[in-house]
Design a protein around this ligand. Sequence first.
Ligand SMILES: C[S@@+](CC[C@H](N)C(=O)[O-])C[C@H]1O[C@@H](n2cnc3c(N)ncnc32)[C@H](O)[C@@H]1O
Length: 281
Amino acid sequence: MNSSEKNTLKNEKHYDNVYSKVNVNNILSKLENLEAFMNDATRTDTSWVGLYHGDFQHQLKGKKILELGCGDCTNAAIMAAYGAEVYANDISQKSGDIIKQLNENYDFESEIKFIEGDFLKSELTHDFYDIVVGKAFVHHLTHQQEIEFTEKIVSILKPDGIVRYFEPAVNNKFLDYLRWLTPVPGRPSKIQRKKFKQWKLNDPHPDRDNSSKHYEKIGDTYFHTTNIVPIGSIERFHRILPRKHSRKFRRFAFRFERKLPNLLNSSITRSHLVEYKQPKK
Ligand SMILES: C[S@@+](CC[C@H](N)C(=O)[O-])C[C@H]1O[C@@H](n2cnc3c(N)ncnc32)[C@H](O)[C@@H]1O
């Protein structure tokens, strides 16, 4: 088995376990309160602030969208509730089970379609999708997988199609070093060598380059336009505040960050929105 296959298997095992605990009622309740949920999440929760930057929810209606690494399927369901025709893929079959329950319990304009198994092996129509979306997905791929995924994405996107990823960013070696030194729930500090080694064995993230420069390089190779928006340069510091102030601080930080020079934002950001436009066919 090569390193990409090992990585996929590790992800499948890890996320089968995570998604077997998903309560679909929680997702349905977000759909029932769509505007209230989005109004809060897109101002406060990093992956939603990032993916929906620039009012993405109002660009969805009628679009054919493929979500890769759809996970617990909350985002696939939200996009479908906004009127998109959503196709969703994940290596975990549990995502397919969740989609089935969502389709049975919510009256989407167009039911969500699950693309089962390995995206690279799926037979998909060329020049078909308007948008390919990934939320916290690409950093789970090895570099080799990322290239293979990108080449396939280029072939299935329409000529004016776009890719939109929200991903963690590692643009600053010193901040990243501090991050690994700091233990968080479920992940020991790198200086606790034995514990860290054990944790790493089950960690579904391959070692790879997660910098904005890396995504720029992929974008320049396969697309005519690449746009990267740093998200979380100030927000990332919410972790050092008491929990009770966290949401308020994050909302403030996301607004404040936009006023900073892009170079500063980018150099210390914790994540980024990656947009690729017009695939080079
Ligand atoms: C961090 S989770 C993000 C899930 C979801 N997008 C979200 O925002 O909550 C990463 C997802 O990528 C999926 N994944 C990892 N490798 C994959 C692959 N090769 N093909 C499809 N999905 C994969 C995992 O199963 C997992 O659901």
